[in-house]
Design a protein around this ligand. Structure first.
Ligand SMILES: C[S@@+](CC[C@H](N)C(=O)[O-])C[C@H]1O[C@@H](n2cnc3c(N)ncnc32)[C@H](O)[C@@H]1O
Length: 304
């Protein structure tokens, strides 16, 4: 299973916008199973000038074993702490990539508790050293907190009914029990109607996952650091899988690339780039991926 790990999404587009050149430095903030990193390093030819970050132990172990990535600096941390540290060291990179969210192995490994399909513990931590788990949210959060979480992070229209049902059925033991409780809490048209191909617990699972890993908070706080970590002329690509994530990235790029004469960024994508039909045929996971890219403006460019 290890080697069919994770097909990198929007690979051609990542290479087009990063446009890696020989000798350039590379920061991969969510290196995962190294699919994008290996292709970027084929072009920069400088593994020793690359920094690969991930907060997941299995991803770090896998990256460390890859011959093509040998020589790269590999760091197990969340990207906000890692970015703070790199910024403190006054490091800068020509190329920065953040391919957000979970990897296929997260979803396929039942014991990590991310999946609705396979039964597993209520875990959902990307970094298993972290204290907060899905179990604590599902079994301990107040009903009002659950409603807020499901509504804000899951954009779940039945947040009240689902939260009430979760609280009434505590303690909830595992992902299948949670998925069943949610499915019974939503109206039948959601489970049997036109949208029924998507499991009725999908939005709730996503919301709980975002909360366990503080995914939106870390992204919001890290984006300004990524700007400082980019050399003038450097390129940054961010791929998101959730509308709330994409909104944060869009607003950030928009704010820093505005009409101001001293705007530090130039957007390379006006609209988010999405996967082609060709890619979707072999990687359905790419369906919700949205890529945005920008370049840091050189002072000389601004003057001309
Ligand atoms: C979509 S996968 C990246 C796949 C990678 N681009 C590849 O080609 O294999 C996202 C990865 O980012 C990691 N991740 C997500 N959020 C993170 C964060 N805040 N800090 C560090 N790693 C994170 C996850 O553990 C996961 O391995």
């Amino acid at each position: 299973m290890e080697d069919e790990k994770h097909i990198p999404v929007l690979l051609d587009e990542v290479l087009r916008y990063l446009d890696p050149q020989a000798g350039e430095t590379y920061l991969d903030l969510t290196a995962g199973y190294g699919g994008h990193a290996a292709k970027v390093l084929e072009r920069t030819l400088e593994a020793s000038r690359a920094t690969l970050i991930d907060r997941d132990q299995n991803a770090i172990d896998y990256l460390s074993r890859q011959k093509t990535l040998q020589g790269a600096e590999i760091i197990q941390k969340d990207f906000l702490s890692a970015s703070r540290e790199l910024e403190g060291q006054k490091r800068q990179y020509n190329l920065i990539l953040a391919d957000l969210g979970v990897s296929s192995p997260h979803l396929d490994n039942a014991s990590r508790g991310f999946s609705i399909r396979y039964n597993g513990p209520l875990d959902m931590r990307m970094d298993s050293r972290q204290e907060l788990t899905a179990d604590q949210i599902v079994n301990n959060y107040e009903e009002a907190e659950l409603v807020k979480l499901l509504r804000e992070y899951g954009e779940e229209p039945y947040s009240r009914a689902i939260a009430a049902s979760i609280v009434a059925n505590r303690p909830i033991a595992d992902t299948h029990e949670l998925a069943d409780i949610i499915a019974h809490a939503v109206p039948r048209r959601r489970t049997h109607g036109p949208a029924s191909k998507v499991h009725p617990a999908t939005r709730s699972f996503q919301a709980i996952r975002l909360a366990v890993n503080d995914e939106l908070g870390l992204l919001q706080a890290a984006l300004p650091l990524w700007l400082s970590l980019l050399v003038p002329g450097g390129r940054i690509v961010v791929i998101s899988f959730h509308s709330l994530e994409d909104r944060i990235v869009k607003q950030f790029f928009h704010e820093y690339s505005g009409d101001r004469y001293d705007a530090p960024l130039k957007r390379l994508t006006k609209r988010p780039v999405q996967a082609s039909e060709k890619e979707l045929a072999y990687n359905p996971r790419a369906r919700s991926a949205k890529l945005r890219a920008a370049a840091k403006i050189k002072t000389t460019e601004r003057e001309s």
